[in-house]
Design a binder for this molecule. Structure first.
Ligand code: AMP
Length: 235
């Protein structure tokens, strides 16, 4: 097939249109994997954590409502989150598919998401659950550095320090306010008590794919592609 021919290209591309949810505890690498999938397959990457942090930075009313919950490592109320995501998935860039990263985080959010999609005759196609042990998560989060401007996440292998320049945009790398030991502990408890049950929610619907999150970013990415039954368009 000649990939310069737009029609052929669209046939392949549209065949891979997906509405995905990526699940996993904080620090399992959801954001990194979701961003890569989004870039490669043209799916909008919707990170509710990034949207909330932007709203806080810009001093928007949503940011003011969310900030205290985020600083404590607690969940922002469901109604605020559902409204935020409901508006986002209606945007034009979501028509070719999207990948939700950090949403849903409660069964109520998952039910509301199903409802939001159902009114347009749509469903969640696949759910990827990235699995990593709690000890590994605590170690990753306590060492994690992110770019305050573009959201780049530095890996431990990059051996960066707080204040170093972001390799992607040149701005400063910082430690997230909620990546402090007490808040990390709280976020993991919140995950266990409110979010873990989503694994069962999606398993019952037959769309859950478990992926081992240990290993390099490339290894985890290949596992995700293989569980989804798709191959990289760049190779
Ligand atoms: P994240 O970057 O996904 O770890 O999200 C950072 C923080 O944003 C979380 O600890 C919550 O306080 C808040 N947050 C993000 N997504 C949601 C959601 N779907 N429901 C409730 N709170 C959320």
């Amino acid at each position: 097939m000649n990939l310069d021919d737009n029609e052929s290209w669209n046939t392949i591309y549209m065949g891979m249109m997906k509405r995905l949810v990526i699940l996993g505890a904080p620090g399992v690498g959801k954001g990194t994997q979701a961003a890569r999938l989004g870039t490669e397959f043209g799916w909008a990457h919707i990170s509710t954590g990034d949207m909330l942090r932007d709203a806080v930075r810009q001093g928007l009313p949503l940011g003011q409502q969310a900030k205290d919950y985020m600083d404590r490592g607690e969940l922002v109320p469901d109604d605020l989150m559902v409204e935020l995501v409901g508006d986002r998935i209606k945007q034009a860039d979501c028509r070719e598919g999207f990948i939700l990263d950090g949403f849903p985080r409660t069964v109520v959010q998952a039910q509301k998401l199903d409802h939001l999609l159902k009114v347009s005759d749509l469903t969640v196609d696949d759910v990827i659950n990235i699995d990593v042990s709690q000890e590994e998560i605590i170690q990753r989060l306590s060492q994690r550095l992110v770019c305050e401007t573009c959201g780049y996440v530095a890996t431990t292998a990059e051996r960066m320090k707080e204040g170093d320049k972001c390799p992607s945009c040149g701005q400063r790398l910082i430690r997230r306010r909620d990546d402090q030991p007490d808040t990390i502990r709280n976020r993991l408890e919140v995950y266990e008590s409110q979010t873990r049950s989503l694994i069962e929610y999606y398993r019952e619907r037959g769309i859950l794919n478990n992926v081992d999150g240990l290993g390099s970013m490339d290894e985890v990415y290949s596992r995700i592609l293989s569980t989804l039954g798709i191959s990289s368009v760049s190779t």
